[in-house]
Design a binder for this molecule. Structure first.
Ligand SMILES: Cc1cc2nc3c(=O)[nH]c(=O)nc-3n(C[C@H](O)[C@H](O)[C@H](O)COP(=O)(O)OP(=O)(O)OC[C@H]3O[C@@H](n4cnc5c(N)ncnc54)[C@H](O)[C@@H]3O)c2cc1C
Length: 477
């Protein structure tokens, strides 16, 4: 199989790149979207059918097109589910919106490039002799493309524990990937559950359990026991933070933010004001300062920055107040067995003694912001081949400011791009729709420019005239 462009992945990032390519590439171009997820375009986040799973970004900021901010709001309106721009739609609806947006572009078949969905996992990749990449697919096929956007997400989280510290008998009650929802049907109403991790995924799982009639105690264990804050019930005005000059440090930024809050600004407005500038600030931080942020400030950043819709927070908080959800700050040591139940041993933060916690289920909700490339055999192989290079902080792969994969020497590889959380080493703030949609548009634009260049080169090669300047710039070496 041979294509001009391959989009590898099947979540929001893949769909966002695809819709921009469909809008702008000429009808003669060919695109393959290679994804292993049957819920194409919805990924983990938007395939849910639970109405109570809400977006954590207001509907007015969730359009897939950065320059058409009302696109999602208008779609909701047409479905008879119109809401205001500050409200939070259901994630399932957002998945349908993405699918509909793509479908409406594909209906216009003659005016658009050809786009094939290939349902397969890409398992390996080598450089081809003619300036492209050749992917091996799990079904035995191979696929060649001249330009590639890697949109692989970050997979599922590893347990915060080495495998040898988990008793064999406890494994059958250990849910490693809570998004495979079939575990929920095995839970009895009075089972005791321990959720590892206290972020947004944890809140989702708690509310899902309750909606399905679970009434047992739910323990939540994370290193700091910090839980996401709620968005404000009203739309506040973002306050532009007054930040220090270079050399920028994490403590300098924190000091400036605190001063602003002390002077009377609402903290959510300060965070919202910071958001459009986060990528630029991250790029101004030195590598040691970025590491310092990951070590010391990440947990606080997450709860202030990744907030939940107010009604979701209220439901969760009521469970916490009536004692049926108990949040613990501590360090997990091992998961043993007590009778036939899993039993967690953990050291509460600030104490020396280890506490035992027997439960019926252990559920991993530890989140994936720092996944690196190790979760993906494809990326590991691409790194082994020298096609990509892991970024220094272990957040994903090295890309430049245009999201082009860069080699060990920092030089960009034209024609090979990455989109989404895998590029956090360069952008940091690149896990949610408002940021990924801008990146997807930029990447699609660069691919379109590259594709035009490749086609021009191919035509000249055919005529046996290739200017030397272009020999140096042909894509993907
Ligand atoms: C539960 C949850 C709720 C969220 N809610 C919001 C929200 O309300 N608002 C918001 O802005 N953001 C939200 N996010 C953030 C969300 O991650 C992004 O909005 C976006 O969905 C990321 O999409 P992605 O395509 O980069 O990654 P993913 O959604 O992870 O998709 C990657 C896809 O690529 C496929 N894939 C991986 N490797 C291969 C391979 N080798 N071959 C083929 N296919 C492969 C995977 O199967 C997967 O389907 C949420 C995230 C989660 C997990």
């Amino acid at each position: 199989m041979d294509y001009d462009v391959a989009v590898v992945g099947s979540g929001f990032s893949a769909i966002a790149v695809s819709v921009h390519l469909l809008r702008s590439l000429p009808p003669s171009a060919t695109i393959a979207v290679v994804g292993d997820d049957p819920a194409f375009g919805r990924g983990t986040a938007y395939r849910t059918e639970f109405h109570l799973h809400r977006l954590n970004v207001p509907a007015g900021r969730m359009s897939v097109f950065p320059d058409e901010p009302d696109h999602f709001l208008n779609w909701l309106e047409r479905q008879g589910r119109g809401i205001s721009r500050d409200e939070f739609a259901s994630r399932g609806d957002y998945g349908l919106y993405l699918r509909d947006t793509l479908a409406s572009l594909l209906r216009d078949r003659h005016a658009r490039p050809k786009l094939d969905f290939i349902r397969a996992k890409a398992t390996g990749c080598v450089r081809s002799q003619d300036d492209g990449l050749l992917f091996q697919l799990a079904d035995g096929e191979s696929l060649h493309a001249r330009a590639v956007a890697l949109c692989l997400g970050v997979g599922t989280a590893d347990l915060p524990l080495r495998e040898e510290r988990i008793a064999d008998a406890a494994r059958r009650r250990l849910v490693r990937n809570p998004w495979r929802l079939k575990w929920l049907s095995k839970v009895k109403p009075d089972d005791t559950i321990c959720i590892l991790g206290s972020g947004l995924t944890m809140i989702d799982q708690v509310l899902t359990l309750r909606a399905r009639g679970h009434r047992g105690v739910i323990h939540v264990l994370s290193r700091r026991g910090l839980v996401p804050h709620a968005h404000a019930g009203h739309h506040g005005t973002a306050v532009l933070p007054d930040l220090p000059d270079d050399p920028l440090t994490i403590s300098g930024i924190l000091k400036a933010l605190r001063a602003q809050v002390r002077a009377g600004a609402e903290w959510r407005s300060v965070m919202d004001g910071l958001r459009p500038r986060t990528q630029a600030l991250w790029q101004r931080l030195s590598p040691p300062e970025r590491s310092r942020f990951l070590r010391h400030a990440l947990a606080w950043w997450n709860i202030h920055r990744h907030r939940v819709a107010p009604p979701v927070f209220e439901q969760f908080d009521a469970l916490r107040r009536d004692g049926s959800v108990k949040v613990h700050a501590g360090f997990l040591r091992d998961i043993g067995i007590d009778g036939n139940r899993p039993c967690l041993a953990y050291r509460p933060r600030g104490l020396q003694d280890v506490v035992s916690l027997p439960v019926d289920w252990v559920v991993n909700c530890t989140g994936m912001e720092r996944a690196g490339i190790g979760h993906s055999p494809l990326l590991v192989e691409m790194a082994d081949q020298g096609i990509i290079v892991p970024d220094r902080l272990g957040l994903g792969l090295r890309v430049d400011e245009m999201s082009r994969a860069t080699g060990a020497g920092g030089g960009a590889r034209p024609g090979l791009f990455a989109v989404g959380a895998l590029t956090a080493g360069q952008f940091w703030e690149i896990t949610a729709v408002p940021d990924i949609r801008v990146q997807a548009q930029t990447v699609a634009g660069a691919i379109i420019a590259d594709t035009a260049l490749v086609k021009a080169q191919a035509a000249r090669r055919k005529a046996n005239v290739l200017p030397m300047s272009e020999v140096e710039t042909s894509p993907i070496r």
